[in-house]
Design a protein around this ligand. Structure first.
Ligand code: SAM
Ligand code: SF4
Length: 361
C-alpha cells in the first residue's frame, strides 16, 4: 500500500509506476479510484458533459479484425442515414441541451463523402446558431479534408490509435496499406496541427495485449499531449477474425475492471484532459459508464441514433440500448449521472481544459 500511496502522489510517472497502478487490487485499487476522483474534482469539477452521438452509417472501406461493421462482414445490413435524419438528430441534441454532438461512421474517403460532411457541418452550425459543439470521428482522412471539416465547424476529432504498440496494431489489423500504423499516427499529428481538440484511445483487454502495452498507451497519450481520450474494453464480435482468440482473453468482468483502472490511472497522469466513459463499458455492466464517472471520466456520449438503425451498428456483442429511441435515453441517463455523484453541464460545450492551457502556451 505504501508503494501505491507514493506513486499516486507523484506528478511524473514511469512505465513501472503505471503498471503498478494498473495492477492495483483490494485496498490499493480503492485508493487509486479515490485519488482519480479527487484529482478530477479538483482540476475540472464534478460536471459531466454530454455529447449526443449519431452513428450515421455503418458503411466502411476498412477491415479492422475486431470490428463488427468491418467491410468483410457480409452479414451486416448496411445503412446510411439521410441528411435530414442527421440534422434532426443534431436538433434533438441542441433542444435537449446536450451542448455537443458527435458524428461517427465507418471510414469512407471519397470526394462525395468529404463534401457531404462539409455541408452537413455548415448546416448544423447554422440551424443551431453556432451553439452546438461538434466532434467528428470519421477515421483516417487527408490533411486537406481534416482542414475543410475544421473550417466548416468541427472542433474536436476522435481517432483512436487502438494500440500504441506497432506490433500489436498489426496483429489486430490486416497487413496492407489500408491499415497502416504510421498513417494513423500522421493523421493524429495533422489533426493536432490544424487546431482540433484531438482525442485518441485504445481498446483494453485485446488478445496479445500486456500490462506493459497498456502502460505504454498511457505514456503515448501523455507524450502526444492529447486533449481527450475515449477508451474502453475490447468486446469480441462473432463475425470477426479476432473472435478466434476468445479463449485467450481475460473474462469480460476483468476487462471491465482493467478499463476502470486505465481511466483512473490516466486521470492521475493527465489531470485536466477530457475522458469519455465508453459505451462498451455499459455493454458489460449496465451502470458501467456511471462507474467510470466515479473514477475519473467526465464525458458521456448518449446514443441519439434513431432506434431502427442501431441494431446494424453493432461493433461487438451486447451493444447496449439497441432497442431504444433517443428520448428514452434522456431521462434514464440524467438520474444515473446524479447517482454517480456528478452533475450535468447542460448547454455547455465542456471543452478540454488541457486544450485551452495548451493553446495559451
Ligand atoms: N471508423 C472510425 C474509426 O475506426 O476511427 C470511427 C468508428 S469506429 C466503429 C469507433 C471505435 O470503435 C474504434 O476506434 C474502435 O476502437 C471501436 N471498436 C470497434 N470494434 C470494437 C470492439 N469489438 N470492441 C470494442 N471497441 C471496438
Ligand atoms: Fe471501419 Fe472503424 Fe470498424 Fe475499422 S473500427 S472496420 S475503420 S468502422
Amino acid at each position: 500500500m505504501d508503494q501505491l500511496i507514493k506513486i499516486i502522489n507523484q506528478t511524473e510517472f514511469s512505465k513501472q509506476d503505471i503498471v503498478t497502478m494498473l495492477c492495483a487490487e483490494g485496498e490499493d485499487k480503492k485508493l487509486l479510484f479515490a485519488k482519480a476522483k479527487e484529482i478530477k474534482e479538483k482540476e475540472i469539477g464534478k460536471k459531466v458533459h454530454y455529447r449526443g452521438l449519431i452513428e450515421f452509417s455503418n458503411i466502411c472501406s476498412k477491415d479492422c479484425l475486431y470490428c463488427g461493421i468491418r467491410k468483410g462482414n457480409y452479414e451486416v445490413e448496411r445503412f446510411n442515414l439521410s441528411d435530414a435524419e442527421i440534422i434532426a438528430a443534431a436538433k434533438f441534441a441542441h433542444e435537449n441541451k446536450y451542448g455537443s454532438f458527435v458524428m461517427q461512421s465507418g471510414e469512407i474517403s471519397s470526394p462525395a463523402f468529404t463534401d457531404r460532411i462539409e455541408n452537413l457541418l455548415k448546416k448544423i452550425k447554422k440551424i443551431t446558431n453556432g451553439e452546438l459543439g461538434i466532434t467528428i470521428s470519421l477515421g483516417e482522412q487527408s490533411q486537406e479534408t481534416y482542414q475543410k471539416w475544421f473550417d466548416a465547424g468541427a472542433h474536436r476529432y476522435l481517432l483512436r490509435i487502438e494500440s500504441s504498440n506497432k506490433e500489436l496494431y498489426y496483429k489486430i489489423h490486416p497487413k496492407d496499406e489500408m491499415h497502416n500504423f504510421e498513417k494513423r499516427l500522421n493523421c493524429l499529428y495533422a489533426l493536432q496541427k490544424i487546431g482540433y481538440q484531438t482525442g485518441t484511445g485504445v481498446m483494453i483487454g485485446l488478445p496479445f495485449q500486456t500490462m506493459e502495452d497498456l502502460a505504454n498507451d498511457i505514456l503515448f497519450m501523455k507524450t502526444f499531449d492529447v486533449d481527450m481520450v475515449g477508451m474502453g474494453p475490447y468486446i469480441e464480435h462473432p463475425n470477426t477474425p479476432l473472435n478466434d482468440y476468445t479463449a485467450e482473453l481475460m473474462p469480460l468482468i476483468k476487462r471491465f475492471d482493467l478499463a476502470l483502472k486505465m481511466i483512473a490511472t490516466l486521470r492521475i497522469v493527465m489531470p485536466d484532459i477530457n475522458i469519455a466513459a465508453a459505451t462498451a463499458l455499459q455493454a458489460i455492466d449496465p451502470i458501467g459508464r456511471e462507474k467510470a464517472v466515479k473514477v475519473g471520466a467526465n464525458i458521456i456520449m448518449p446514443n441519439i441514433t434513431p432506434g431502427k438503425y442501431r441494431n446494424n451498428y453493432k461493433l461487438y456483442n451486447n451493444k447496449p440500448c439497441v432497442d431504444e429511441e433517443p428520448e428514452e435515453c434522456v431521462s434514464c441517463l440524467d438520474v444515473r449521472i446524479r447517482l454517480a455523484d456528478a452533475s450535468i453541464g447542460y448547454d455547455e460545450w465542456g471543452d478540454s481544459k488541457h486544450f485551452s492551457k495548451r493553446r495559451e502556451v
